[in-house]
Ligand binder design. Structure first.
Ligand SMILES: Nc1ncnc2c1ncn2[C@@H]1O[C@H](COP(=O)(O)OP(=O)(O)OP(=O)(O)O)[C@@H](O)[C@H]1O
Ligand SMILES: [Mg+2]
Length: 267
């Protein structure tokens, strides 16, 4: 029989530049089967990290992008109608728990609370998932681990995770890497010269100081990788920065001018 987890295995190493001791901590959490929450702003390396860790640990990775329309059945599974009658279809969470995958619930606060609560019995020492409609109590595979991501501060208070959910997880904080590390990431991801990457990082650092002073969020590492990618395609640095760093994050003309001016001091 073919291995059902095969499509979820990561064939080649996703390059990840550690910023602190997050690899060792995640490995320990995995060994202890502790659920892990990755906290941090958009574009700071959370997804890359979990992909790297799944590869490193040799585990399949099942990723679910959560949204507010998602129901518990979307996670857990449902009966489907086919030519021969009804057939149970495991949802991604059930599949991961059954086959010993790492299940990554991306942006979990977007899910409704009744959906989030479906993970509770899996994330305490019971490690079970009741499939009520099917009449099965699934015991999680020993290798199963749940990982969630969470952007603190983005969501309205109403949407925050309940303490009873948060307290089931160990948490790792992600933030912008320090200067030299971010330069290394941008240069590696795009192939541009480190001296050029250094300028992009310097622009981002200036923009990050404007967070809360007219900008909702700083320029992310992802955006720097975009800018570097345009430059690697032959786009002039100034145009690349406007397109990849400035235009996406603000519609405010004054803020655009301020950011464009910051860019022109470097290019
Ligand atoms: N430590 C790192 N090592 C390697 N690449 C990184 C690292 N941090 C960021 N990156 C780069 O930044 C990009 C964006 O990171 P990623 O997709 O992991 O962000 P994220 O934190 O998951 O964001 P979101 O919350 O929006 O999903 C990656 O594709 C990668 O190019
Ligand atoms: Mg992500």
């Amino acid at each position: 029989m073919t291995d059902p987890t095969q499509p979820f295995r990561i064939p080649a190493e996703p390059w990840y530049r550690p910023v602190a001791d997050e690899i060792a901590l995640f490995e320990a959490a995995h060994a202890a089967r502790m659920p892990v929450m990755l906290k941090g702003p958009t574009g700071c390396g959370k997804t890359r990290f979990v992909e790297h860790m799944a590869w490193r640990l040799g585990k399949p990775l099942v990723t679910v992008a959560c949204n507010e329309d998602m129901t518990a059945s979307d996670l857990v599974g449902r009966f489907l109608l086919d030519a021969t009658g009804t057939r149970w279809q495991d949802g991604p969470l059930t599949f991961a728990a059954r086959h010993g995958a790492i299940c990554y619930l991306d942006e979990v606060v977007e899910a409704r609370q009744d959906t989030t609560i479906a993970i509770h019995p899996l994330t305490d020492n019971r490690r079970v998932l009741p499939l009520e409609k099917k009449g099965e109590l699934l015991r999680a595979h020993p290798d199963f681990q749940l990982v969630i991501s969470y952007n603190p501060g983005y969501q309205a208070l109403m949407k925050d995770l309940k303490q009873s959910t948060k307290q089931r997880f160990g948490a790792l904080d992600f933030t912008w890497p320090e200067h030299g590390v971010e330069v290394e990431i941008v240069a590696h991801e795009t192939g541009i010269d480190p001296a050029l990457a250094q300028k992009l990082v310097a622009i981002a650092e200036r923009a990050r100081n404007l967070k809360g002073h007219g900008l909702d969020e700083g320029i992310s590492t992802r955006m720097l990788v975009h800018a570097g990618g345009l430059i690697a395609q032959g786009v002039a640095p100034l145009a690349a920065c406007r397109m990849a760093l400035v235009r996406p994050i603000t519609d405010d003309p004054d803020m655009r001018d301020a950011l464009d001016a910051a860019v022109t001091t470097y290019f």
